[in-house]
Ligand binder design. Structure first.
Ligand code: AMP
Length: 549
């Protein structure tokens, strides 16, 4: 029997209208390049997003064509988040931390027709513009300067009209696109649908996921070019939260100043950002008066448990979440169930530090090398596979990468996990980072988390290096806290409570910083290359030539 319910399409235009009808006075604050604060409202954003949509229509942008942004997090980027999809085009957020060659590859692959660039990013644009196909460039005067002869975003908006009418959109039409920050092969594009984005926003906002409300003041540190800023721009505005954008300033002090001055209640970013923030807080504990019970979502790579714990003293609750560009990105969030909270501190921590359980509508399973499904017993490891209404079913224009999906249509994440009988996922590694020693697996993530719990350690990455006897053995690459020291013996002692002797790193090297990808993940490939000539001694345990560097 067919239902008697309306067939009402789930499109972002509904959320855009809602900004103006329900929350017109809600504020959006941005730190400009000169550090001054720009303030606007939902009503103004609504008005300007619709002008943008209209201007794009008049400029001849066709249904489904790509309009790119090369921008920091700010109010006009939010206008693009709504204005570009409103006209049926696809907003393509370019990653400004990539090198010019990669950006050119991505913009050409996506066939971007228009690129909206921040004036402060024109030096980057200049490095790849000649490698692009035909396109129009529009410059947003973020710092206020539009070079002679270039088209201003503000002038472009003036070509739009207030009586813009939304075209008919299907909820499965593309609304946005992102390329993966994957470290192997060429970047691959995912096209999100209006429907997937709306569902993702709805579920992301629920209390045991990110838990947004109109009482929140939300500051996305995660860039708007990294997997839709994890759904914060859409989810946050859907509920009517005040939004605060950090602009180009992502350093700990600038962020803490904004947390304080705007009384931020929720933020989100990768662990490296939060490591810097906790270090700044610990250095000057009295300096910032933050909202009590502030929450933050940390993901993109494993959040070290020691870091989550250190935030407790400052009454900041860290929510550990896991996701992927291919998943819009939300997959799991570590909300601790009531009966587990009641189980005492140790049990609480076990779950709080995990990657959490699946979001509603996301299905999970993990399989071994033969594709056999593994039991949810917290022990059996396997590659995590997912499916759901905001999970990609293919990459854009890239049939060769279809092997990332199983024969029965699940997406293979490349993450090695255990899942326990409560449904909590623990990521032990990326499949390419796993250390296979004498036939046994050692989790580089577990070792890193534990090493980063040592008071002398600022950051640590553990990599697998080829070993004559054991196939591979772990090497710990450590960044020390300012003025601190650490010996291999001290490290072993620190780790031996948690790890068996054979799991301990064979050697310890000091580095100035852990190399990072464009989205702030540890780039272990670079470290593996740096230490590829590393020599183990006869016993297989001593540090070689590279260790002394
Ligand atoms: P991206 O597409 O850039 O968001 O990267 C997705 C990948 O980041 C995942 O497949 C994981 O390997 C990693 N990742 C994301 N969140 C976490 C997390 N909380 N813990 C461990 N790894 C994570």
């Amino acid at each position: 029997m067919v239902s008697t319910i309306m067939n009402y399409p789930l499109t972002l235009n509904h959320l855009l209208e809602r900004m103006n009808t329900v929350f017109p006075k809600r504020e959006i604050v941005t730190r400009r390049p000169d550090r001054s604060l720009h303030r606007t409202t939902y009503a103004e954003t609504y008005h300007r997003a619709r002008l943008l949509a209209s201007a794009l229509q008049k400029a001849g942008i066709q249904h489904g064509e790509r309009v790119a942004t090369l921008s920091w997090n700010h109010w006009a980027h939010l206008e693009c988040y709504y204005g570009i999809p409103a006209v049926g085009a696809v907003m393509h957020t370019l990653n400004l931390r990539l090198g010019p060659t990669d950006i050119a590859y991505i913009a050409n692959h996506a066939d971007d027709k228009i690129i909206i660039v921040d004036d402060v990013l024109l030096p980057l644009y200049d490095q790849f513009k000649d490698d692009l196909g035909e396109h129009r460039v529009i410059v947003f005067p973020f710092a206020g300067e539009i070079p002679e002869g270039m088209e201003s975003y503000e002038d472009f908006l003036l070509t739009g009209s207030n009586d813009f009418e939304y075209p008919d959109l299907d909820e499965m039409d593309g609304c946005a696109m992102c390329y993966t920050s994957g470290t192997t092969g060429n970047p691959k594009g995912v096209i999100y649908a209006h429907r997937s984005m709306v569902l993702h926003s709805l579920v992301g906002a629920t209390p045991d996921m990110l838990g947004f409300s109109q009482h929140d003041v939300i500051l996305p540190v995660v860039p708007m070019f990294h997997a839709n800023a994890w759904g914060i721009p859409y989810g946050g505005t859907m509920v009517g939260a005040k939004i605060v954008f950090p602009g180009p300033f992502m350093d700990a002090e600038s962020l803490l100043d904004l947390f304080e001055s705007e009384q931020v209640t929720f933020s989100g970013g990768v662990p490296t950002v939060w490591m810097a923030i906790i270090q700044a807080l610990e250095k000057e504990p009295e300096r910032w008066d933050l909202v009590k019970g502030m929450r933050t979502v940390v993901g993109g790579s494993a959040a070290p448990p020691s870091m989550i714990k250190r935030f407790e003293k400052f009454d900041i609750d860290v929510l550990h979440a896991w996701g992927m560009t291919e998943m819009s990105p939300l997959g799991t969030v570590a909300a601790v169930k009531p009966h587990l909270q009641a189980g005492g501190r140790e049990i609480y921590e076990k779950y709080k530090f995990s990657q959490g359980y699946q979001a509603p509508f996301v299905d999970l399973r993990h399989v071994d090398d033969l594709g056999e499904q593994q039991p949810w017993d917290g022990e059996a490891m396997g590659e995590l596979e997912v499916r759901g209404p905001w999970v990609a079913s293919s990459y854009y224009n890239n049939p060769d990468a279809q092997d990332r999906w199983s024969d029965d249509g699940w997406f293979k994440t490349g993450d090695i996990v255990t899942i326990d009988d409560e449904g909590y996922v623990q990521i032990t590694d990326r499949s390419k980072d796993v250390i296979k020693s004498g036939g046994e697996w050692i989790s580089s993530v577990d070792l890193e988390n534990a090493i980063m719990g040592h008071p002398s350690v600022s950051e640590a990455a553990v990599i697998a290096l080829p070993h004559p006897k054991w196939d591979e053995r772990p090497l710990a690459c450590v960044v020390l806290m300012e003025g601190a020291s650490l010996t291999k013996e001290e490290l072993d002692e620190h780790l031996s409570a948690e790890f068996a002797k054979w799991q301990l790193p064979d050697s310890l090297v000091f580095i100035d910083e852990v190399p990072k990808t464009s989205t702030g993940k540890f780039q272990k490939l670079t470290l593996r290359r740096q230490f590829e000539d590393f020599q183990w001694d006869d016993a297989g345990t001593a540090s070689g030539a590279a260790a002394a560097e």
